[in-house]
Design a protein around this ligand. Structure first.
Ligand code: PFF
Length: 466
């Protein structure tokens, strides 16, 4: 899973898979997993659907009070266990004299990553299609209506969706089959900053629309009358999704982290970068929504119906638009490989299947499940498999897969991490593993993983069941 690992030195005797070459590399890889479609595609559209400011506030609170402490928990488990998520959990459970059943987190992570990647790849396919639209000049001078029709036409065509889902899944499988090596690390170093600059440019354009204030007000002025309990669950689930938490990805990345690196600082940096990208995406998109009289609650197509309008109007829009969608595809790829890698690694380690074949088998199975999402946007758009329950009325199979993973499996996985590091591990082992010997930081972290995160997740679940 690691990229560009150094050959071992004495420091690394206990890390059988090698270590990241520096703290920077860990930050890049973890940010590569965290920053993806979740920030640029999902965050703006769920914010739009849930009324804006109040939703954003809950999301930010969840990142700070639940997400960051749980990320620290995952990284500490990985760094102390130095193995895959399932085995690291088992090793630590053994060391604390606790049940090996804690390894269950690894299992639920494998299932969740399988499901998430199945729909992630379909959306990655949309982004890939938009590279082509941009190069061919489809956005030049296009009205909001033309851009919107372009998107509806794409969704209405299951063949085209399948083709680009296949391309995206193929690329993911290829990278994982070849081993995640130096090339990717270099790519991330260059791509992440460029994506950041392009987002800033788009925010700059949004300022010229005359509706920048309205966009900011929508994002940052909380109106709690617009927030439902379901919205709170979505915000909390998204904190897990966007930070790649609750499935053991950060345990796997943490298992390569050198001893002398501060887990607290790196987790905070990764979470901040992730949050800033999401907020920038929101600041670029909502002014365009209001300037063009569109609906903030337009759903999963929101960025595809708004940003092309900007690219159609700015000078050099073809170049910038193409670059933006290429970067979006890359940001999605650095996340999708982190979703495929754990299953492939597991098949390789435990079933003795070679890497290429296990990548192909897993990638193929995920591709097949992805067809459920492809069809949810056209032929099955009126199919609501759980429609008999009020809470699921109108939810397509795609909506249900998203709900099952982001709103249920990831928070539950995160809850396990919080309970494990806060309660199953002794205070002393946690303190030593985090390497936070003095200062109040450790106590704050422990308070958050012992009480705030578990109680928060439980209350949100409880309200949604009731
Ligand atoms: N964090 C990624 C995003 O926001 O696009 C998605 C993701 C990647 C979720 C890896 C979970 C995960 F384990």
């Amino acid at each position: 899973m690691s990229t560009e690992l150094r050959t071992k030195t004495t420091e690394e005797k206990s890390a059988p898979h090698g270590l990241w070459s520096s703290r920077m590399v860990f930050i890049l890889a973890a940010t590569g997993s965290a920053v993806g479609l979740g920030n640029i595609w999902k965050f703006p559209y769920i914010t739009g659907e849930n009324g804006g400011g109040a939703f954003v506030l809950v999301y930010l609170l969840c990142v700070a009070a639940i997400g960051i402490p749980i990320m620290m928990g995952e990284v500490l488990i990985g760094r102390k266990g130095r193995k895959s998520p399932i085995n690291s959990m088992r090793i630590l459970a053994d060391a604390e004299g606790k049940s090996r059943a804690w390894g269950a987190l690894g299992w639920s992570g494998v299932i969740a990553s399988f499901i998430i990647l199945s729909f992630y790849s379909v959306i990655g396919g949309w982004a890939t299609t938009y590279v082509g639209y941009s190069i061919s000049g489809s956005f030049s001078g296009a009205s909001a209506e033309t851009v919107s029709n372009l998107f509806s036409d794409l969704l209405g065509n299951p063949w085209k969706l399948t083709l680009w889902h296949t391309v995206f899944m193929g690329l993911t499988t290829l990278v994982v089959a070849r081993g995640v090596h130096a090339g990717l690390e270099k790519a991330v170093k260059f791509l992440m900053p460029t994506l950041f600059v392009l987002l800033l440019m788009l925010v700059g354009f949004a300022m010229t629309t005359g509706h920048f204030g309205a966009g900011l007000e929508f994002l940052f002025t909380p109106d709690f009358s617009k927030l439902t309990t379901a919205g709170v669950l979505t915000a909390m689930g998204h904190a897990f999704f966007t930070l790649s938490l609750g499935m053991g990805v950060m345990i796997a990345y943490g298992s390569y982290l050198p001893e002398n690196v501060s887990i607290a600082k790196t987790s905070i940096i990764v979470s901040l970068l992730d949050t800033v990208v999401a907020l920038l995406a929101g600041m670029a998109i909502f002014p365009l929504v209001f300037a063009n009289g569109m609906e903030p609650g337009a759903g999963p197509g929101l960025i595809f119906k708004t940003l092309p309008i900007a690219f159609g109007q700015i000078p050099g829009g073809i170049v910038f638009g193409t670059l933006f969608f290429v970067l979006l595809v890359f940001a999605a790829l650095t996340s999708s490989i982190s979703l495929l890698e754990p299953t492939v690694e597991w098949l390789e380690e435990h079933r003795g299947i070679n890497r290429k074949l296990s990548a192909l088998l897993t990638g193929g199975a995920i591709w097949l499940l992805g067809l459920v999402s492809v069809l949810s946007f056209n032929i099955w758009s009126d199919v609501a498999p759980l429609g008999m329950f009020e809470a699921f009325a109108g939810k397509t199979p795609f909506d249900l897969l998203d709900y099952l993973t982001a709103s249920i499996m990831l928070p539950l996985g995160g809850l396990l991490v919080a309970l494990f590091t806060g309660w199953a591990m002794s205070k002393e082992s946690a303190r030593e593993a985090l390497d936070m010997l003095d200062g109040p930081g450790f106590d704050v972290w422990r308070l958050l993983v012992r009480y705030v995160a578990p109680i928060g997740v439980t209350i949100v679940f409880f309200y949604n069941l009731g």
